[in-house]
Design a protein around this ligand. Structure first.
Ligand code: TPP
Length: 318
């Protein structure tokens, strides 16, 4: 009974959202046409990291708008990290999402799931049109990232603090099997306030898992305040060194810097230590009024705010 009532409410929201989409006479436009508008008949080249980063932002805004969802600031923050992973780093094949030799990628900050959903759709794991169902009743694309029915997602996350432990287990399993694939884990900095992250960090170092690579989206913000005022992490890089990891810091919005840092981390295989990249980012990056504004952790982009964000992103269209 309660489920039926909630489901009715959700459908009502969705219907209202769809109606809203028609306000500019855009009813005939598919989700894909709307996001890919202006790219020409060949479509955008999502193998280009700058293009994919933009597509993550654009899809993230659209998905969050349509679903009346949250976490757009977290998606915008991680756009280059996720784009570089899926274009330049991960050994994955969209035609064979279960390929045993694939690298494993875990989005531990699972609330930014729309960034990974967008990257997977745009690189061919599933149709881009599916993204419009994000957060809707019956969709496989749940609000926090889920592996159930979604090709390319290794594990469901969203309860913070678990991704690094899971990644440690996967990396240990790979080594026991004599496999050469790597495990990548994307963490939030606020997430690193969780004790379980440090338990996993100790364990990965103890096992010498040098094919495990973590990257922290270091935007200095969490859901309701800054990391510094909530539970500070500095000296953050030093802490990782002290926990037995290779660690370095980079500009998390610079594609060449990220590519170089991932190459460095891959090159640590044989060092006997796991590696972490602290990627310095700005929460809300790409939409001026969302940047460093804690409101946009939970706030949903609608009305004039959605239009203004859309305008800014459209001006950045590659
Ligand atoms: C175990 C747990 N506690 C609390 C939350 C609620 N929550 C969702 S996102 C978030 C803040 C995350 O901040 P950060 O890791 O810095 O990621 P960002 O969104 O800034 O990229 C919190 C506390 C959660 N998802 N899981």
């Amino acid at each position: 009974m309660i489920h039926e009532r909630i489901s009715g409410m959700m459908n009502k929201d969705r219907n209202e959202t769809e109606k809203e989409m028609t306000r500019d006479g855009e009813i005939s436009e598919s989700y894909e046409q709307r996001v890919h508008r202006g790219f020409g008949p060949e479509g955008p080249d999502a193998r280009n990291p700058a293009v994919l980063a933009w597509l993550i932002r654009r899809n993230g805004l659209e998905m969050t708008h349509l679903s009346r969802g949250s976490h757009i600031g977290s998606v915008l923050s991680a756009a280059e990290i996720i784009a570089v992973l899926y274009t330049s780093v991960l050994r994955v094949d969209p035609a064979r999402p279960d390929w045993p030799e694939r690298d494993r990628m875990i989005l531990s900050k699972g609330h930014a799931g729309s960034a990974v959903y967008a990257a997977l759709a745009e690189t061919g794991f599933f149709p881009v049109e599916t993204l419009r169902t994000h957060y809707a009743n019956g969709s496989v694309l749940s609000g926090h990232v889920s592996h159930k029915g979604v090709p390319g997602v290794e594990v469901s996350t969203g309860s913070l603090g678990h991704g690094l432990g899971i990644g440690t287990g996967m990396a240990l399993g790979a080594r026991m099997d004599g496999a050469d694939w790597r495990t990548y884990v994307v963490l939030g900095d606020g997430e690193c306030d969780e004790g379980s992250v440090w338990e996993a960090a100790l364990q990965a170092a103890q096992f010498g898992l040098d094919r495990l690579i973590a990257v922290v989206d270091y935007n200095h913000m969490q859901s309701l305040g800054t990391v510094e005022e909530t539970l500070r992490l500095e000296p953050f890089e030093q802490k990782w060194h002290d926990f037995g990891w290779n660690a370095r810091s980079v500009d998390g919005h610079s594609i060449p810097a990220l590519q170089e840092a991932f190459e460095w981390a891959k090159g640590q295989a044989g060092s006997g230590k796991p590696s972490v990249i602290l990627a310095h980012t700005v929460k809300g990056k790409g939409v001026s009024f969302m940047e460093n504004n804690i409101l946009w952790h939970y706030r949903t982009p609608q009305g004039e705010e959605y239009e203004a964000a859309l305008k800014e992103l459209e001006e950045q269209r590659p």
